[in-house]
Design a binder for this molecule. Structure first.
Ligand SMILES: [Zn+2]
Length: 414
């Protein structure tokens, strides 16, 4: 079995791996790096039998339609992921058009992709070419999966994975098959998560502190927005909640695929009392009167949050609570460091209380080590992280397993 690393190595973004075994060619994820600039993976130069998409986030799915410009392999994912992907891919075309005047693919490429979709169910073995495959729940966002492939060797690719329950997703320990090689994400390989319950209490206290004010919650549309809604709901927060941007449609899709989530009734109830925001007039009214605003983009790279920030940057009794990962070079990361918001068009000081919370949907350092111990593969390949080389060394030292931190363009035989 040969693995070509097309992207997502020694970096977070543009995941893409080509697996070649027993005359079968499979791509695992085909993402795009958005920040600080758009970068795409190398193109697979062989005819593909299938593409697996572990989840809808664009760093894993963003360039899948590009493949369909050239060829027509089957697309394997859960139905929830296909719908969430469509939402994010169409938005990608729109934003790329606005920012750069072009997108690498168009709507008809997405249509072509959708026609090649083969819906997958967790824990069911199926064939792709001469290989066998199975998806396992990765508990990262609704419908997300880890991919198991068995041919001359047996491998598992974690995708983005979480191993603790959240409000949105339950977690059950998974019985994985025996594997020879693990390709693992490494997002939090250098950091332990802060205690989730303590973080949650700190967050709710802040929400209560600004009871009569304006609370801005920038968030990713898929997963985190719904997690925050459920968290606020479960703490009985009575203050008006506004949902703005793509999180609205994502919530509808997630509710439609309710089997993937822990408490669909809860999500339905909270969505009933949430106010959906669509116009500038509504936004101005909220800025005047206050409330809790859950809106995109999570790293402040665009979307309604920029309008809210700009127009409430000197507002009294207002806070900005950031709950997501802030990639290097994004406006969100810069704001945390400098208290200035800056993008291509504008720069201004933000005179609000700014707090950061850790509600990650990724396994932390200990959880990653525990997962590797439990799977006990012969080889671990570390991808999707800022310091995969160090992580690979640590795994080797602590667990005595052969490891690798490939770079893009490497070919590895397992
Ligand atoms: Zn993700």
């Amino acid at each position: 079995m040969i693995i070509d690393f097309l992207g997502g190595c020694r970096e977070i973004g543009r995941e893409a791996f080509l697996i070649k075994d027993k005359n079968t060619n499979i791509v695992l994820d085909y993402g795009v790096e958005l920040q600080p600039r758009i970068r795409i993976p190398s193109l697979p130069t062989v005819k593909l039998d299938g593409i697996f998409v572990t989840h809808a986030h664009l760093d894993h799915s963003g360039m899948v339609p590009l493949i369909y410009k050239m060829q027509n392999p089957n697309l394997y994912a859960t139905p929830a992921i296909l719908d969430l992907m469509n939402l994010l891919l169409e938005d990608y075309i729109k934003v790329a058009g606005l920012n750069r005047g072009f997108s690498e693919y168009q709507k008809y490429d997405i249509t072509k992709m959708n026609k090649s979709f083969v819906p997958c169910v967790y824990n069911q073995l199926f064939r792709v070419g001469n290989l066998e495959a199975k998806l396992f729940d990765a508990s990262h966002i609704p419908g997300s999966a880890s991919v198991y492939l068995s041919g001359s060797k047996r491998i598992l690719y974690t995708g983005d994975i979480n191993t603790i329950p959240t409000y949105l997703l339950g977690y059950k320990e998974i019985k994985y098959p025996k594997i020879d090689c693990l390709i693992t994400e490494s997002t939090y390989s250098e950091r332990e998560h802060l205690d989730r319950k303590i973080e949650e209490n700190r967050f709710i206290e802040k929400i209560k502190e600004y009871e009569n004010g304006l609370i801005l919650l920038p968030t990713f549309a898929v997963g985190r927005a719904q997690e925050l809604l459920l968290m606020l709901y479960s703490h009985g927060i009575k203050k008006e909640i506004y949902l703005d941007g793509m999180g609205q449609k994502a919530a509808d899709i997630i509710l439609y695929h309710k089997n993937y989530i822990r408490d669909s009734d809860g999500l339905k109830k909270v969505l009933k009392r949430v106010n959906f925001v669509r116009t500038r007039r509504q936004r101005d009214k909220i800025i005047r009167e206050g409330g809790i605003v859950i809106t995109t983009a999570g790293m402040l790279s665009g979307g309604p949050i920029v309008y809210y920030l700009k127009n409430s940057r000197n507002r009294k009794n207002t806070c900005l609570l950031m709950t997501g990962y802030q990639a290097q070079g994004t406006p969100g990361e810069k704001l945390l460091k400098t208290r200035y918001f800056e993008n291509e068009e504008t720069k201004f000081k933000v005179n609000l209380e700014i707090q950061k919370f850790d509600f990650s949907a990724h396994a932390g350092r200990s959880e990653l080590f525990n997962l590797i111990k439990r799977l006990s593969p012969k080889k671990v390949i570390c991808v999707h992280g800022d310091n995969t080389i160090k992580f690979a060394e640590e795994i080797k030292e602590k667990l005595n397993i052969e490891t690798l931190a490939p770079k893009i363009g490497d070919r590895v035989e397992v």
